[in-house]
Design a protein around this ligand. Structure first.
Ligand SMILES: Cc1ncc(COP(=O)(O)O)c(C=O)c1O
Length: 432
C-alpha cells in the first residue's frame, strides 16, 4: 500500500465538488412561465424567451444581433450558411478542438483545412495560416479554446488581406472579451454552445451573434425552415431546416446568463489563486498570459504537463492518480480531429473532397500537426470550470493533490490501473 490513493492510500478529497450545472428558483420560475404560457416551441418565431435572450446575449458580447439555435454545432453550420460558404470552399479550422467545430464544414460540403495550434495558447496558430491559403479558401474558423482566445488581431489582419470571412467558435468563452469586444463580435459571426458542460447551459442549445444584418437574416431563415427572417430587408431565400431552440431551454438561459458575472468573479479569483500556488511546480507549465483578453471566461483550466521533467512518467499516470485523489480532470480531452474516432471520414459522403482531384482528400491521413498532437496526447491537462466555483479550500485541495501525486510519483511508474488505462482512450471510447 502506497501513499497515493491510486496505490491504496487515503485520497486528498473525500467530498465531491459541488455538481454542475447550478440552478435555483429562477430557472424553476422560467420553466413554469413556459409551461403555463402554452407556447413551448420555437413558433411563432422567435419565441418570447428565445427572442429576449438572443438580444441580451448579443448585447453582452457587443454584437447587434443574436439568435438562439438548438446546438452549438448547428450555430456553426448556420454561420457557414450566413457567410455563404458554398460547396467546395475551404475553411481553416484548428486541428485541436471538439469535432463539432469541423463537422459543420463537411455538412455544407465545404473542405476543412487543419491548422496547427499555438503551443502557448492551444488555439489556431495564426502564423501558420497564410501557408495554407488557396484560391478556394473562403473563411477562417478559429476556436477560443479552454482558457485562451485565438489571436484575433493576427487572424483579422490575415482575413482583411485575403478577403476572407471569420467565424469565431466561442463555445468556451461565454461573456469573454478580447480588447473589450465581446467574444464572437470581432469576427463576422460568433457561435456559442449551451451544452451541459458549458459556462452557462440549457442542457443543449446554441446561439449565433453578429453585427451584420444580412448574416443575421440568413441565420434566421436557415434555422426556421427557410422562412423569411423577422426583418427580411435582404429578401434572401434559402432552404432551411428546423434548428429552432424550444422555449423551455431558452427560458433557462435567462437566469443562467444573469448568474454569469458573479460566477466569473469567483472562478477568476480561484484560478488566480490556483496559478499562484502552482507556478513553480516542477513538471508543470502554465499557458502564456494574454493581456488582450480583457474579460476572461475560462471554460476550463488548462495546465501543461511535461513528462520529460518528471522522469518520463506519462500524463495518463498523472491524471489517473489525480482522479483517484478526488480531483476530476482529463488529459485526452480533445484529439486532433483528423485522428479522432469520432471522425470516421468516408470521402464518398462528402463529394467536395474529390472535386478536381485524382484522389479524394484523405483528411484522416494527410495531416501531422505536432503541436496539436503533443497537446492532445502528452501535455494538456483539463480541469472543468465548475471546480473553481467553490471555496479557496477547494482550490487548495486540487493543488495539494497535484503536489502529493508529484511527490510520490514513483508509486505510479508502470502501474496498471483502469483510470490510467482510460486515459489512453478518447472520451468517446471510454467505458463510462
Ligand atoms: C469548441 C466547441 N465547438 C463546438 C461545440 C459544439 O457544441 P454542441 O455540443 O452544443 O453542438 C462544442 C461543444 O460541445 C465545443 O466545445
Amino acid at each position: 500500500m502506497g501513499k497515493l490513493a491510486i496505490t491504496g492510500g487515503t485520497p486528498v478529497r473525500a467530498k465531491r465538488f459541488d455538481p454542475w450545472p447550478v440552478h435555483d428558483e429562477k430557472e424553476r420560475a422560467a420553466i413554469e412561465d413556459v409551461l403555463t404560457g402554452g407556447n413551448w416551441g420555437g413558433q411563432p418565431f422567435p419565441g418570447k424567451h428565445a427572442d429576449a435572450f438572443g438580444k441580451k446575449f448579443a448585447a453582452l458580447h457587443t454584437a447587434k444581433y443574436g439568435q438562439c439555435v438548438n446546438t452549438g454545432t448547428v450555430a456553426i453550420q448556420a454561420a457557414l450558411k450566413a457567410i455563404d460558404i458554398r460547396p467546395g470552399d475551404e475553411v481553416l479550422v484548428p486541428a485541436y478542438t471538439w469535432e463539432g467545430t469541423v463537422g459543420p464544414v463537411l455538412l455544407v460540403n465545404a473542405v476543412p483545412v487543419f491548422v496547427v495550434v499555438d503551443p502557448e495558447t492551444y488555439c489556431m496558430d495564426a502564423k501558420k495560416i497564410e501557408a495554407l491559403l488557396t484560391p478556394k479558401t473562403r473563411a477562417l474558423l478559429p476556436v477560443h479554446l479552454g482558457m485562451r482566445f485565438a489571436d484575433l488581431d493576427a487572424i483579422m489582419a490575415i482575413a482583411a488581406k485575403h478577403n476572407l470571412k471569420v467565424i469565431e467558435d466561442c463555445a468556451h468563452v461565454h461573456g469573454g472579451m478580447w480588447r473589450d469586444k465581446g467574444a464572437g463580435s470581432t469576427g463576422d459571426v460568433g457561435c456559442f454552445s449551451f451544452q451541459s458542460s458549458k459556462l452557462m447551459t440549457s442542457g443543449e442549445g446554441g446561439a449565433v451573434i453578429t453585427n451584420n444584418l444580412a448574416y443575421f437574416e440568413r441565420v434566421q431563415s436557415y434555422i426556421n425552415a427557410g422562412r423569411r427572417s423577422v426583418t427580411d430587408e435582404y429578401k434572401k431565400r434559402i432552404i432551411g431546416f428546423n434548428y429552432r431552440l424550444g422555449e423551455f431551454q431558452a427560458a433557462i438561459l435567462g437566469p443562467q446568463l444573469d448568474r454569469l458575472p458573479e460566477q466569473r468573479k469567483v472562478r477568476q479569483a480561484n484560478m488566480d489563486y490556483f496559478e499562484s500556488r502552482l507556478r513553480d511546480t516542477p513538471g508543470l507549465g502554465l499557458l502564456k498570459p494574454e493581456p488582450r483578453i480583457t474579460r476572461p471566461a475560462p471554460y476550463g483550466y488548462v495546465l501543461k504537463y511535461f513528462a520529460d521533467k518528471v522522469k518520463d512518467i506519462p500524463r495518463a499516470a498523472f491524471v489517473g492518480a489525480l482522479q483517484l485523489e478526488g480531483i476530476p480532470c482529463d488529459g485526452l480531452f480533445y484529439e486532433p480531429v483528423y485522428r479522432s474516432s469520432l471522425f470516421p471520414l468516408d470521402p464518398a459522403d462528402f463529394p467536395a473532397l474529390s472535386w478536381g482531384r485524382e484522389k479524394p482528400l484523405d483528411l484522416r491521413n494527410m495531416y501531422k500537426c505536432p503541436e496539436s498532437e503533443r497537446a492532445a496526447y502528452h501535455e494538456a491537462v483539463w480541469f472543468s470550470h465548475h471546480l473553481f466555483l467553490g471555496t479557496k479550500a477547494d482550490v487548495d485541495s486540487i493543488v495539494d493533490a497535484i503536489h502529493k501525486v508529484l511527490e510520490n510519483f514513483e508509486e505510479v511508474r508502470g502501474l496498471e490501473h483502469k483510470a490510467i488505462k482510460a486515459q489512453g482512450q478518447s472520451r468517446a471510447d471510454r467505458e463510462s
